[in-house]
Design a protein around this ligand. Structure first.
Ligand SMILES: NC(=O)c1ccc[n+]([C@@H]2O[C@H](COP(=O)([O-])OP(=O)(O)OC[C@H]3O[C@@H](n4cnc5c(N)ncnc54)[C@H](OP(=O)(O)O)[C@@H]3O)[C@@H](O)[C@H]2O)c1
Length: 258
């Protein structure tokens, strides 16, 4: 089929300002980010580890634990020279020691390919307009959407990300533990629960938490909840405080008070 003529793009073409980058921290994110920036045609040095020299570059990206950001930023300032803009990739850390922040709202284990960045949000921030523009440029070239995060909002922004991602894993580990007491191997539990989890998330994305919530708490089936609680108390008593807290929070959500 012949393609329709496209209207001219009114925006001037953006000239990339980052042609060289140094990545610091050869861990989960640093490994993946280095590969993805290289795929964009950026000349990437690193990811460098402890004590390794940091090459001069347009942008230095610190992918180190939050407690190491100040030390790594100081090394980057002395190694990479005055022309380099230095950024961290932390969600929670303010910009005290760096020029910009570029936080991918995604989870990385280190083996992902560049498409892991496509379509995701990036929390960006800059101490100057040029630094913010660099963070925004990198987010967009990686295929993501930049959202500006003010320093005072960072802790809450990052708490939301941790609740959604990390604490979901904690909940799924608890489900796996209880399923094991009913005779399911870890692999079986994951395979059987995965469609339920995926559909639940799809419903939450499409319609929000109130419509996505089903099950005995939402239905008011008190006797069923009590039977579940007794089972958890018997087979996984270590999970009872978590179960009780979640039942209470779920009841609040069902009542519309959460
Ligand atoms: N992983 C994710 O899902 C994810 C998502 C979004 C943002 N982030 C952000 O990415 C950053 C790194 O997280 P991560 O999960 O990739 O951590 P990680 O897997 O623990 O990797 C951190 C790496 O930094 C190295 N390192 C520590 N101090 C250093 C220093 N002073 N100089 C050079 N290298 C140093 C560590 O080496 P040693 O192990 O030898 O100490 C390790 O290789 C954090 O700010 C985090 O908030 C991570």
């Amino acid at each position: 089929m012949a393609s329709l003529p496209q209207p001219p793009d009114p925006r001037p073409p953006r000239v990339p300002t980052v042609t060289t980058a140094s990545v610091v921290g050869p861990g989960r994110l640093g490994t993946v980010l280095s590969r993805a920036l290289g795929d964009l045609g950026i000349d990437v040095s690193g990811p460098t580890g402890h004590g390794e020299p940091i090459a001069a570059a347009d942008a230095v990206l610190l992918c180190v634990p939050d407690a190491e950001i100040a030390a790594a930023a100081a090394s980057a300032r002395s190694d990479a020279g005055p022309g380099a803009l230095i950024g961290h990739t932390s969600g929670a850390t303010p910009l005290d020691d760096v020029d910009f922040g570029l936080h991918p709202l995604q989870t990385f284990v280190g083996t992902e390919t560049a498409d892991v960045f496509h379509g995701i949000g990036f929390g960006v921030a800059g101490r100057t307009p040029a630094a913010l523009a660099t963070a925004t440029e990198l987010a967009e070239r990686l295929g993501g959407r930049a959202v500006v995060i003010a320093d005072e909002d960072r802790a809450a922004y990052h708490a939301a990300a941790s609740i959604a991602s990390n604490y979901s894993v904690t909940l799924l580990a608890a489900a796996e533990q209880v399923a094991a007491t009913a005779g399911f191997s870890a692999a079986e539990a994951r395979e059987l629960l995965a469609p339920l989890v995926r559909r639940t998330i799809d419903n939450w994305v499409a319609d929000g938490p109130h419509r996505a919530l089903t099950g005995p708490v939402a239905r008011g089936d008190v006797a069923t909840v009590e039977r579940q609680r007794a089972a958890v108390a018997a087979v996984s008593p270590d999970l009872l405080p978590l179960y009780d807290a979640l039942t209470a929070a779920t009841a609040d959500l069902a009542k519309g008070t959460a």
